[in-house]
Design a protein around this ligand. Structure first.
Ligand SMILES: O=c1ccn([C@@H]2O[C@H](COP(=O)(O)O)[C@@H](O)[C@H]2O)c(=O)[nH]1
Length: 239
C-alpha cells in the first residue's frame, strides 16, 4: 500500500491555511505527498510547509521557475533551504539555466547536510492541446517537443520531468527508467477535465510509466475527498 501511496501527489490548490488544514485533515493517512503551488505559497508562504513538515508529509514545491540562469540558480538554492522533497523549473528556460539550477541545488543541500531535493523540469503544460500548440508556432509536434525537452533536462543533470501521462511511455524510452516522470493531467474515468487537455486515467498513467501522479480537483473538489483519494489509490494499486 505504501509504495502506491507515495506515488500519489495531491495538489493543495487552495488560498488559505484554514482550507489547507481542513483538506489535509480530511485526507489523513491516505495521502503522504502534497504539491504546494503558486496559489497557496504566494498566499501563505512558509507556514504551509512548516505545517506539512510537522505532519511528516513530503512536499513538491511547484513554483515552475523560469528566468536567466543566475536568478533561477539562486532561487533554487533558496527553495532547497526550505527542506522540500521536490522543486521545479521550466525546461524552456534552456540547458544553461537548468545546469546552473542543478549545480546550485546540489551545492546547497551538501553545504547544509540535508537530502538533495529532486529537481525536475516542466515540459509542455498538460493544459495545452493541438490548437493552443499551433498558436505557439513551435515546429515540432507536442510529443516530439516533450521528448526533446526531457532529454535536454536529463543532459543538464535534472532528476526528471513534468509531462502528460500520454507522453510517459516515450519519455521512459528516451530517458530510461530512472529518470522521474511526474504526471498531472490525471482524470479518473468520467471525471471533469476542467482546463486539462492531455489526460489519462490513474491506471493508464501508471501503466505508461509515470512514477508520480499529481491529482488536484478530482480529489479536492469531490463531495467526499478522502473517498475520492482512496478510490484513486485503489485504481493505482490494481494497475
Ligand atoms: O503541465 C502541468 C504542470 C503542472 N500542473 C499542476 O498540476 C495540478 C493539476 O491539478 P488538477 O486539479 O488535477 O488539474 C495543478 O496544481 C497544476 O498547476 C498541471 O496541471 N500541468
Amino acid at each position: 500500500m505504501d509504495q502506491v501511496r507515495n506515488r500519489l501527489i495531491v495538489a493543495l490548490d487552495v488560498d488559505t491555511m484554514a482550507e489547507m488544514r481542513q483538506l489535509v485533515e480530511e485526507l489523513g493517512d491516505a495521502v503522504s505527498y502534497y504539491k504546494v503551488g503558486m496559489q497557496l505559497f504566494y498566499s501563505v508562504g512558509m507556514e504551509c510547509l512548516t505545517y506539512l513538515r510537522g505532519l511528516g508529509k513530503e512536499v513538491f514545491l511547484d513554483l515552475k521557475m523560469h528566468d536567466i540562469p543566475n536568478t533561477v540558480a539562486q532561487g533554487a538554492a533558496s527553495l532547497t533551504r526550505l527542506g522540500v522533497a521536490m522543486l521545479n523549473v521550466h525546461s524552456s528556460g534552456g540547458p544553461a539555466m537548468m545546469r546552473a539550477a542543478a549545480q546550485k541545488v546540489a551545492e546547497t543541500a551538501a553545504s547544509l547536510s540535508i537530502p538533495r531535493p529532486k529537481l525536475i523540469a516542466v515540459t509542455v503544460l498538460t493544459s495545452i492541446d493541438s490548437t493552443e500548440w499551433a498558436s505557439l508556432r513551435c515546429a515540432a509536434g507536442i510529443s516530439d517537443q516533450v521528448v526533446h525537452l526531457a532529454q535536454m533536462a536529463k543532459e543538464a543533470g535534472l532528476d526528471g520531468v513534468v509531462a502528460s501521462p500520454q507522453e510517459a511511455e516515450i519519455i521512459r524510452e528516451a530517458c530510461g527508467k530512472d529518470f522521474a516522470i511526474i504526471t498531472p493531467g490525471v482524470r479518473p474515468k468520467g471525471a471533469a477535465l476542467n482546463d486539462q487537455s492531455r489526460v489519462a486515467t490513474p491506471s493508464d498513467a501508471l501503466k505508461s510509466g509515470a512514477h508520480y501522479l499529481v491529482v488536484g480537483r478530482p480529489i479536492t473538489a469531490a463531495q467526499d475527498r478522502r473517498t475520492a483519494a482512496l478510490a484513486i489509490l485503489e485504481e493505482m494499486r490494481n494497475a
